[in-house]
Write a protein that binds this ligand. Sequence first.
Ligand SMILES: Nc1ncnc2c1ncn2[C@@H]1O[C@H](COP(=O)(O)OP(=O)(O)O)[C@@H](O)[C@H]1O
Ligand SMILES: C=C(OP(=O)(O)O)C(=O)O
Ligand SMILES: [K+]
Ligand SMILES: [Mg+2]
Length: 578
Amino acid sequence: MSSQSLHFFTPSSTACPNITFPKPSLPFPNRRSPFASSPRTFSIRAVSASSDPNPAPPPVVVADNGAGSRVVAAADSSSIDVDKVTEAELKENGFRSSRRTKLVCTIGPATCGSEQLEALAVGGMNVARINMCHGTREWHKRVIERVRRLNEEKGYAVAIMMDTEGSEIHMGDLGGAPSVKAEDGEVWTLSVRAYDGNRPERTITVNYDGFAEDVQVGDELLVDGGMVRFEVIEKIGPDVKCMCTDPGLLLPRANLTFWRDGSLVRERNAMLPTISAKDWLDIDFGIAESVDFIAVSFVKSADVINHLKSYIAARSRDNDIAVIAKIESIDSLKNLKEIIEASDGAMVARGDLGAQIPLEQVPAAQQRIVEVCRQLNKPVIVASQLLESMIEYPTPTRAEVADVSEAVRQRSDALMLSGESAMGQFPDKALTVLRSVSVRIEKWWRDGKHHEAMELPAVGSSFSDRISEEICTSAAKMANNLEVDALFVYTKTGHMASLLSRCRPDCPIFAFTTSTSVRRRLNLQWGLIPFRLGFSDDMESNLNRTFSLLKARGMIKSGDLVIAVSDMLQSIQVMNVP
Ligand SMILES: Nc1ncnc2c1ncn2[C@@H]1O[C@H](COP(=O)(O)OP(=O)(O)O)[C@@H](O)[C@H]1O
Ligand SMILES: C=C(OP(=O)(O)O)C(=O)O
Ligand SMILES: [K+]
Ligand SMILES: [Mg+2]
């Protein structure tokens, strides 16, 4: 194999020019004796990969077999797993034009069957999201089982995200009706009473016991951020009489916010916990079902994220459930940086965000959230109303296409469908729109060489992490300048892969990882094509084996130009596929 590699090595007294050093394992720079006092210089040397006099013996790799139990496999296990749909997209569009933006679909009554789920998987769904605000745990469990079965039997790699309900104030169910119209000038009763079956006409229930105490006559009540508007005209015990001032459709469990003198009233419900008692039970359910992501609604501070992460760590077998912070409240915007730092990713939850801040401020908030996430190396999802009109119509509006384009242009990691896929009439068509707009805008970006000047600050605290970051930044830049076909990254935890993704390079990133759960988590990150592969610390043998496995599947061919990095050996290798 002809290859050039740039290895980072420590110039210690024992350094022999052709030996590459494993990454320093000491976590803090000031504990790095014997070099602590002298300035540390790192050289980049080109050495031939084949000249390493001490190739590591083939080690044993511990891999997750996907069903939960861990198996110890020989490093030379001869298989490679990749999502069937990504493989097809790659073969169809070529390296350059394969889709980089990931797609999340909320699963609801319109898409919960196996056939419908499979249609979404084929259409490019990378993550299936279940919203615990709706449906029963049994219902969600069946959806998870169906997705898992499709993955196993049909070769998809759809990850599961569970979204908590959170302590929001919302209306109850509408007695089974899918929606109810509220007309201008009508008087409705909003009540905390529980009606069993015989709910009076024009009455809706509210889930928050303090509701009647908290609202005042004259307050404005916004349903779903303004889809319907009421004014409070009278309070009678637990019942609140309201007049409809903006007519519209009321949907089951629609979100409620109330406004006084032009500002959002949130003193009382600010006291409610971010994670309610019911949410903790849902989280236990999510852990038991080994979901890949838990998205936390109405996050106000980093504390709740830290709390949840330690809760998961104590209970989850492999501690591999990623925690996503939903940015959808004023407090979450105030504490944005700390929250994102504490989380494994974030969601721009524009539905509720737009009910909490003036609508015209949502685009700037989105831009800022995406930027902070990219800088802190956390995946970010742009969510809600991307293609809202497609709940009813088979084509999107021009404005919706422009909105989707903007999220792709901002280079967010993922786009999400909510009502469009959960209860809309055209879930597959909506997904197709997301897919084709993504591919188109990404191509426009690459062809126009719109490489942004976004500064990517150092995120790691240890010296070793800093080296990894420099390697990834350099490798991504080299990949653009040399116009390579693909970046390869061998990563056990997924961290190196995310650092490459953060740079948003022009070519796709093939991320090889030993565990099925890391592979599923990488599904949410921009430009990554996750593969499950057993590998060793010997990069030369890893590369040779990967090349032959991928060639056999027709995914690469001789002559393709590849840059490879790994988190076992801190090096950059540039080579043509033999
Ligand atoms: N599991 C479910 N069961 C029934 N309906 C659902 C389910 N999930 C979502 N939906 C429907 O899809 C709509 C959009 O979903 P989503 O945006 O996740 O929820 P919300 O509107 O509560 O923010 C919901 O309002 C609800 O009508
Ligand atoms: C994604 C959101 O959360 P949910 O759909 O759960 O309200 C949102 O508010 O935009
Ligand atoms: K929710
Ligand atoms: Mg929300």
